[in-house]
Write a protein that binds this ligand. Structure first.
Ligand code: GDP
Ligand code: MG
Length: 194
């Protein structure tokens, strides 16, 4: 088997947070495995899923992703620091059919910020296949939209916008990483040419 050598190789941890049953586990599953379960399986503590993406014109960039997904909110407290540790990006999910999950978005944002500072964060309004129970204007008045890189209405059931939304944050993290490495290693000028 030939082993591809990548010019750039990144590993990113992305945390997926939001109230219970908004669809965090289902979204990750839809993105990483393409499947959906109607049956609700409560995540215990936390779990993570691995995923790999190859990007670039010549497939020269590899991004390995670890999606961390919290669980049963009751037993989450004790593992909060470990859960957030090292996260490079975040996804906050609320449920378009449940107003209270929208009300909690900024609490989740503040929790994230307390533990890891400001990191690229994207917002998902999930269950878009069902009937939304509040006006769009309520989303904008409840949430400080400028804290989020992008906002998508998703459905883990139909897959609507799921790939687009996950790909957007991954692409953004890679661009930031490339910018950072260019700042660290500005193109060297050969002394002979001066
Ligand atoms: P979590 O607690 O945030 O991880 O939520 P889950 O992913 O376990 O989902 C909770 C329940 O909502 C399950 O019964 C899922 O099948 C259902 N669910 C998740 N996403 C969607 C969606 O986009 N549309 C619909 N109709 N149901 C969903
Ligand atoms: Mg879950």
């Amino acid at each position: 088997m030939s082993s591809q050598v990548y010019e750039k190789d990144y590993i990113h941890k992305i945390v997926v947070i939001g109230d219970a049953t908004v669809g965090k586990t289902s979204l990750i599953k839809k993105y990483t495995a393409g499947s959906f379960n109607q049956e609700y399986i409560k995540t215990i503590g936390a779990q993570f899923s691995r995923y790999q993406k190859v990007l670039g014109e010549n497939q020269e960039i590899r991004v390995r992703l670890l999606f961390w997904d919290i669980a049963g909110q009751d037993d989450f407290d004790f593992m909060r620091p470990k859960f957030y540790h090292g996260a490079r990006g975040a996804i906050i999910v609320f449920d378009l059919t449940r107003d209270e999950t929208l009300q909690n978005v900024m609490n989740w944002y503040n929790d994230l910020r307390r533990h890891v500072g400001v990191i690229p964060t994207i917002l998902f309004g999930n269950k878009n296949d069902l009937i939304q129970t509040f006006e769009d204007s309520k989303i904008e008045t409840t949430i400080q939209m400028d804290k989020f890189y992008k906002f998508y209405k998703t459905s883990a059931k139909t897959g609507e916008h799921v790939h687009e939304a996950f790909d957007t944050i991954i692409q953004h993290l890679v661009e930031l990483e490339i910018e950072r490495s260019e700042e660290k290693n500005p193109t060297k000028i050969s002394p002979k040419k001066i």
